[in-house]
Design a protein around this ligand. Structure first.
Ligand SMILES: C[C@@](CO)(OP(=O)(O)O)[C@H](O)COP(=O)(O)OP(=O)(O)OC[C@H]1O[C@@H](n2ccc(N)nc2=O)[C@H](O)[C@@H]1O
Ligand SMILES: Nc1ncnc2c1ncn2[C@@H]1O[C@H](COP(=O)(O)OP(=O)(O)O)[C@@H](O)[C@H]1O
Length: 283
């Protein structure tokens, strides 16, 4: 597509760089399963201030991948960056900086797809056709996510969070984790109260769950090691995100999170201290 048409189609000038923040499911209740096998979810989702980065420039549709986790990901037609550009109907050269571990429960692929759509100013009718997590990644702000992932509701303002993310260095297949569940009709997440401070949020989170945590641990016991290590290093709460294997700990303040991240370092583990990404405006 010639550049003028491209600009008309997208409303955005190229080149453009867009952050793809990691998605964190602070809670993930699985409340049922549809006949087509997809599960009904109820999840408090936030975004970290670590993530991938996509850079879009003029050119035929293409993808190059750099960054610490580039080796784990093929730049083939199935890559969610290219699928997003095709859904937007735009020819564009994409450079992906892959900073997030692949297949790790923090939505890297969905975050990348959402970042490409955002960078193009594209607003496809059914972004969930790229993946259940793409609508929430497009929202890019704390929300309550329900349905298969397409129902997004605002939540009370969250306090700042000092997080540590830990991944044991092994990918986990999302369908395999859902298949390993033994109970699929779990109670919904309680309604969210107003949060005065981090302690109030942690108190609320203690009443919630990630229903995929036990099945994921049954497939990859190292997840339990990550959770124990987070708790031993002072986390007020430690839980797995998404279908794993990345776990998060909530700490009292950023200094405690940074100290824990240093103490948690292991040769095969990905460990990072993070706050929340600045919330995107309501769309
Ligand atoms: C579990 C979650 C929670 O946020 O996170 P991740 O672990 O992927 O980060 C998401 O729902 C994942 O979203 P995403 O990774 O985009 O899922 P998709 O590609 O659409 O689906 C992958 C597979 O997950 C299962 N799946 C996904 C979503 C859903 N509501 N029910 C499901 O059963 C299905 O087996 C599906 O084939
Ligand atoms: N840009 C991308 N980044 C990560 N994974 C991708 C991407 N494009 C396609 N995938 C595929 O999506 C699958 C899920 O990856 P990812 O989104 O990182 O994990 P999760 O769904 O657990 O959050 C991977 O197995 C990978 O092959």
């Amino acid at each position: 597509m010639p550049t003028d048409d491209l600009l008309q189609a997208t409303g955005k000038a190229l080149p453009v760089t867009q952050a793809a923040p990691a998605k964190i499911n602070l809670t993930l209740h699985v409340t049922g399963r549809r006949d087509d096998g997809y599960h009904l979810l109820d999840s408090l989702v936030v975004f970290a201030d670590v993530g991938d980065v996509v850079h879009l420039s003029e050119g035929p549709l293409s993808l190059s991948i750099s960054g610490p986790f580039a080796a784990g990901l093929a730049a083939d037609a199935d890559n969610l960056c290219l699928r997003a550009a095709r859904l937007a109907g735009v020819e564009v050269a994409i450079a992906l900086e892959k900073n997030l571990p692949v297949a790790s429960g923090i939505g890297g692929g969905s975050a990348d797809a959402a970042a490409v759509l955002r960078a193009l100013g594209a607003n496809p009718a059914r972004p969930e056709s790229l993946g259940a997590d793409v609508p929430v990644c497009l929202a890019g702000r704390p929300v309550r996510m329900r349905g298969l992932g397409e129902i997004l509701d605002p939540v009370p303002t969250l306090p700042p969070l000092a997080l540590v993310l830990v991944n044991p260095g092994k990918g986990l297949s999302t369908p395999a984790v859902f298949r390993a569940m033994t109970r699929r009709d779990n109670p919904a997440m309680p309604d969210l109260p107003e949060f005065r401070d981090t302690a109030a949020l942690v108190d609320f989170l203690q009443t919630c769950r990630n229903d995929l945590e036990a099945p994921a641990i049954s497939l990859l016991p190292e997840i339990a090691t990550c959770l124990d290590a987070l708790r031993d290093s002072g986390a007020l709460l430690a839980r797995m995100s998404g279908s794993g294997a990345t776990c998060f700990g909530i700490f009292a303040d950023p200094a405690a999170a940074r100290a824990a991240a240093q103490a948690l370092a292991r040769p095969q583990w990905w460990v990072v201290a993070s706050g929340l990404a600045p919330a995107r405006p309501l769309g």
